[in-house]
Design a protein around this ligand. Sequence first.
Ligand SMILES: *Cc1c(COP(=O)(O)O)cnc(C)c1O
Length: 407
Amino acid sequence: MNFEAHFQAALDGLKERGNYRVFAELQRRRGDYPHATRYLPDGSTQDVTVWCSNDYLGMGQHPDVLTAMHEELDRSGAGSGGTRNISGTMHVHRLLESELADLHGKEAALLFNSGYMSNWAALSTLASKIPGCVVFSDALNHASMIEGIRHSRAKFHVFKHNDVEDLDRLLSQYGPDVPKLVAFESVYSMDGDIAPIKEICDVADKHGAMTYIDEVHAVGMYGPRGGGVAEREGLMGRLTVIEGTLAKAYGVVGGYIAGSKALCDFVRSFASGFIFSTALPPAIAAGALASVKHLKESPFERKRQQERVQKVRAALRATGIPQMENPSHIIPVMVGDAKKAKMISDWLMEHHGIYVQPINYPTVPVGTERLRITPGPVHSDDDIDRLVKALSDIWGQCALHRVEAAA
Ligand SMILES: *Cc1c(COP(=O)(O)O)cnc(C)c1O
């Protein structure tokens, strides 16, 4: 086989459909976020404003986080030196796990190297190591959850997105003796909608099912201490497992699950994705710990984020730029065409130094291509004015669909 020709043909296909991914090469500048330097292919640079980051609260630049990382680096050095089992468990890992257990009101927490790995490893372990377990997975669950469930080889059903009746119907097919696991998210990252957590827990309880919630797009941002939507709604105690990331609102990297002592110990003892991978560097764990601690105490970043989101939404509404309404901090600006979404994104970058990544298939369904805007406490009024004006310009130039302007 001509392997090179195969690779090239597959890539050409992506390009033809407008789905070829081009990465923007950035240099974040400490203290200056959301402003960054972009490196172009010809070696020149450009000043840009980042509008699509998942460092939702700017914690990746927070002085407490940076200080904790510097101090831990100077104290411990670079890496952890091993898997958790073989010399890699640092004191700071244990401190971070206690902090996360406390955040979610659980007995224990278990750290992973990423949120992806925590979902993949925890779900695949639970579903494969509970004999006869059947999994019920929301239709819009993240790839890391789907991969984990598939890898378990457990039987699984996909229920209609956020549809409690469909979930109930699927669960009803199984008797009370069949172990069941319901896996879903709180804030869905592409539409920004929020799951009916209480209703899902009610149905799961009725059928004696475990509940596993991914709060990756909510931890740090919702609830009085940043414990997520389940904390805000007083539901943390009803969830068997709460999964989160340290990479998005907490601004560093890493993932975790929180749950009972026995459950976390079970995953710790059986999950290959936990056992066979070198533990997070201590400086990373220290930065994440400082970030979680800070956001437990400080509502400032959360409040300011919500206020910035409302400001961007109002400005978009006033210019008739179509946005998907939702109750979260994520603003999907709908384009509906892969090539147009990419063209708008390129134009914003080239002419205005505004960086919003287009979101295309397979991340979202064909025909719902969009720009996903994530305002944060770091965006100034001036940043917002420039964003909305630039979007309005390109909407006019391309004769794109507008919705009726509302003040
Ligand atoms: C980003 C994401 C993850 C993975 O988390 P990382 O820490 O980035 O690996 C898991 N679930 C959802 C819903 C995500 O959006």
